[in-house]
Each structure stands twice: as structure tokens, then as C-alpha cells.
Design a protein around this ligand. Sequence first.
Ligand SMILES: NC(=O)c1ccc[n+]([C@@H]2O[C@H](COP(=O)([O-])OP(=O)(O)OC[C@H]3O[C@@H](n4cnc5c(N)ncnc54)[C@H](OP(=O)(O)O)[C@@H]3O)[C@@H](O)[C@H]2O)c1
Length: 303
Amino acid sequence: MKAVQINKYGEVDVLQVNNNAEKPIISEGQVLIEVYAASINPFDFAVLKGYVQKFISQGFPLTMGGDFSGKKVDTGEEVYGTAIILGGGSGSLAEFARVSTDKIAVKPKNISFEEAASLPLVGSSAIQALEDHINLQPGQKILIHGGAGGIGSLAIQLAKLKGAYVATTVSNKDKEYVKSLGADETIDYKNERFESLINNYDAVFDTVGGEVVEKSFLVLKAGGVLVSMKGQPDEELAKKYGVTAIGQNSKTNTQHLDRLRELVEQGKIKPQIDKIFPLDQAKEAFLYKEKSHPRGKVVIKVK
Ligand SMILES: NC(=O)c1ccc[n+]([C@@H]2O[C@H](COP(=O)([O-])OP(=O)(O)OC[C@H]3O[C@@H](n4cnc5c(N)ncnc54)[C@H](OP(=O)(O)O)[C@@H]3O)[C@@H](O)[C@H]2O)c1
């Protein structure tokens, strides 16, 4: 089968399309998927560059990719989920993938395979943060950092659905885009200081990390919640400001994927795709994701 693989860690130029890759073999608790589409996440760059190599038990060649949509080979059922190698999968940038059964769900019926492949990690992340951790309520105020990104662009939609007031940090070129997703207030992260513009917020959802996390404590009211995608925020600061601070480890599991399908099928969340590339142009797709500041997701069409 065809697969996008690496034989060493490095930059995008180490990605190779292998036309004779071995078809994955499944064991108990796994299913074989015929992949129709996949999408790129920042985590795929962490795999590519070797940042997570100590967590990867198998040797080279490694098949890249996690998020996918496709069909179960045995039943033909249309599904989506993650085939990430760290979760027992065989990688989604391939014509076939091995996937753990607890990391898939039925694909939303009203969207294409490309749209479905854009959703698993970013959608699960937004649901886990806003519903499981923050429990966002109507009338509450939330600041979402990185509103034009994969996670941010879905989190804005979900926060508006819940009746919250949404401020979001983006670069100037993305202000109109995030307003079209429902954002009430936009802050240009390159030229404005969010911590001096807003305060007394109920929640912050951080998808950026670094000094953004520390400054985010300043905009929260006592009793507020900060969820970061970039590690555990400082516990001392959380105590000092009287807020709850959570470093989220996103779970792309059947429960989150089922909830995501429900929201998508009701038309309440719309997938956000910037550009679609064919599998043969995976290298170009990774370069585009790395250099072009896309809005939402970069997707790879496999079939
Ligand atoms: N902990 C976990 O389990 C987990 C799971 C999934 C993702 N993550 C992490 O979460 C992060 C976000 O993921 P994603 O898929 O949404 O990434 P993404 O699609 O690359 O989006 C990141 C967004 O952040 C924006 N940004 C960069 N610097 C900013 C700043 N200082 N202030 C405001 N916005 C800024 C970028 O805008 P520009 O393009 O204008 O720079 C971009 O729109 C990634 O670092 C990823 O590794 C963690």
C-alpha cells in the first residue's frame, strides 16, 4: 500500500511516499481501516522531529499521521478517529490503518470524508476543555487563545453554542474570520496586550502556551478556570489568583467523537478546512501547515 513514512527524524524533507509499505496487521481490540482522508496536527510535527521518540516503541519506517476518516474494511461502516502511533495505531497517512476500537466512532453523515478527517483531535480537545473541564454556561465570558487555529476555530463555535461571550486572540488577518465563527471580541496578539484589555473572565482556553499562560491568570475572576493545551499551568499562580488551572491531555476517544458527531450533524459545529492536498503531496501539505498560518486544518485526501 501507499504510505507517507519517515526513516529518520528531521524536518519536512525526511517525509517519503512509500508505494510498497506493508499493510498493517490487526490484533484484538483493533480494526483495519481503509483511509479516505487524514489531517495534520501540530503533534505530527512532534513525531516528525523526534520530540516524542521515547514514547514510540516501534522502529523505522514510521507511518505519519493520526486523524483520519474512512471505512472499516470488514463492515464498510464509515468512521473517523485517530490512528496515531502513540495510541496503538499504525498512522493515518496511508491507504490502510490499524486503529484501536476505543479511538473511533461513526462518521458524521452530513459532511465529506475530508471534513470528517479534519475533526478528531481538535474537536475532542474543544469538547473536553469546554464541556468536561470548564462546563461553560450561558452568559459566562471566555477568552480563547489562538482562535483561528485548528482547536480555536472549533472552540469558538462551541462556546457560542453554549451562550457564552467569546473574546479571542488572533493575528490581524484572522479577525474577520473568527468573527464569522461567532467571536464577540478579537484581540490582535501581535500588536495588543490581551491582559490589559479584558478582565473578570470566567474561563480561559489556551492553545498557545508560554507567557500567554501566565498572563491569562490576570484576566480571570476568582473561581475562574484556565485550561491549557500546552502543559500544566503554574499551581502557585492558580492558588494566588484563586482559580482552577488544568493542563489538558486531550483524549480522542469514542465518547468525544460521538459528542462531536452529534454537534456536527445538528449543524452546530462546522469543520474548518484551509486546504486539501493529495497523499502524494504530503510534504507540500506539511510545509504549508508549517509556513502559511492556515485557518483551521490542512487535510490530506487519500482516496
Ligand atoms: N495537550 C494535548 O493533548 C494537545 C492536543 C492537541 C493539541 N495540542 C497543542 O495545542 C496547540 C494548538 O493546537 P492546534 O491544532 O489548534 O494548532 P494550530 O492549528 O497550529 O493553531 C495554533 C494557532 O495559534 C495561533 N497563535 C500563535 N501564537 C499565538 C499567540 N501568541 N497568541 C494567540 N494566538 C497565537 C496561530 O496563529 P498564527 O497562524 O497567526 O500564528 C494559530 O492560529 C498546539 O501547540 C498543539 O501541539 C495539545
